[in-house]
Write a protein that binds this ligand. Structure first.
Ligand code: M6R
Length: 363
């Protein structure tokens, strides 16, 4: 049932404020304590996290790496499952192996989990389907409470994965004494505000549809982001390619000069993900390098960022303000809607894109 929406993907995008709220209520008490099921995880006994997943779930892991490293000060390695399993990486003691999967049935991720069995201290999984194979074979499972996701393009599962991973990073930071009480409370209050901020982002649907109309004529699109927005740029590019069939690539803004800038001309739209945060000026200077080469820029930022840097850009999408840490969860929304409206404008099969399956249970 599409609940009045044209596609499951549109319905699932719209559900995000509600399901993120669900995820928050399962892991956070009224007093702002982070609660993990069962025995939880003792992060004081862990020196390193190895995160393994595929596709969008792997981009959730790459985003979480910023949180675990910057907030909880735990080194994190992220790998796509198909590479991890055949590299036979050494797993040092006191490693937490963390697997992220919407379906919990992805063959490569499951094989990577089995490789870690008996080698890692603890096997933890973040899944949407609690009765799945990956959940069953883990020491501890954190369900994301996104509800059934039908669209092949993952949307609400991604933002719920991020929400749960962020709370896990906060828990880790607290146990390891890496955060002051005040900083912890700030993160908790930002988390509580997340559903309403996501709602405000969904209200920008019209602006995003206009930008998508422009993108729908492109052959290639480049996505740029820095810091936590770098994995988000990858996720935005993946969404666009899988449902609109437009070739899209993502680069860390700082890498532009090291090659991809050679691609830029008036036919190459560049989507820049740049909340007004500590990295904003750096990203904008990369964006200006694009515009100096006649590149057409779609700038996604907030009111402060757009006031400072929107001159001469092709299109803008205004997001609400959000704490620096939670930026990626919010910027997932315009990334999903941009892909969605581009696909609709092109008339592709949004929910069932060609050549793709919802759950990849073979290698
Ligand atoms: O079920 P999983 O989360 O393990 O699936 C992983 C990928 O196959 C999945 O995220 C895929 O990349 C989606 N089509 C992305 O939208």
């Amino acid at each position: 049932d599409k609940a009045g929406h044209k596609h499951f993907m549109a319905k699932e995008i719209a559900e995000q404020p509600g399901v993120i709220g669900q995820a928050l209520s399962h892991y956070m008490s009224d007093t702002g304590e982070i609660l993990l099921p069962g025995e939880g995880v003792d992060f004081t006994q862990i020196d390193r996290i190895t995160m393994v997943a595929c596709g969008t779930a792997a981009y959730a892991c790459l985003t979480a790496k910023y949180w675990f490293e910057q907030i909880a000060r735990i080194p994190v390695e992220v790998d796509v499952a198909s590479e991890f399993r055949y590299r036979e990486p050494p797993i040092p003691g006191r490693t937490l192996a963390l697997f992220v999967s919407q379906s919990g049935e992805t063959a490569d991720t499951l094989a990577a989990l089995r490789y870690c069995e008996g080698k890692a201290q603890t096997i933890l999984s973040v899944v949407n389907v609690p009765e799945s194979s990956i959940a069953r074979e883990s020491d501890l499972t954190l369900p994301i409470y996104a509800g059934v996701e039908v669209g092949v393009a993952s949307t609400k599962a991604f933002t719920c994965q991020l929400t749960v991973l962020f709370m896990l990073a906060l828990k880790a930071a607290q146990q390891r004494g890496a955060l002051s009480d005040e900083a912890f409370a700030d993160h908790v209050s930002a988390l509580r505000g997340l559903p309403s901020v996501i709602n405000a982002a969904l209200e920008k649907n019209g602006e995003i549809r206009d930008a998508a109309q422009k993108l729908s004529h492109a052959q290639d699109v480049l996505f740029l982001g820095r810091g936590r927005m770098f994995p988000m740029a990858h996720e935005a590019a993946l969404k666009l390619k899988e449902i609109s069939y437009i070739h899209a690539e993502a680069y860390a803004s700082g890498e532009l000069k090291h090659g991809p800038i050679a691609l830029i001309d008036e036919n190459m739209p560049v989507v820049v993900l740049a909340p007004y945060d500590t990295l904003f000026d750096k990203t904008v200077s990369n964006m200006q390098e694009v515009m100096a080469r006649k590149g057409k820029v779609i700038l996604i930022s907030d009111s402060e960022g757009l006031a400072e840097a929107s001159e001469g850009v092709w299109a803008t999408i205004e997001m609400p303000r959000i704490s620096e840490a939670l930026g990626p969860i919010l910027y997932a929304i315009p990334s999903q809607l941009l892909a969605y409206h581009t696909a609709v404008a092109k008339g592709t099969d949004v929910d069932q894109p060609r050549n793709l399956a919802k759950s990849v249970t073979v290698e």
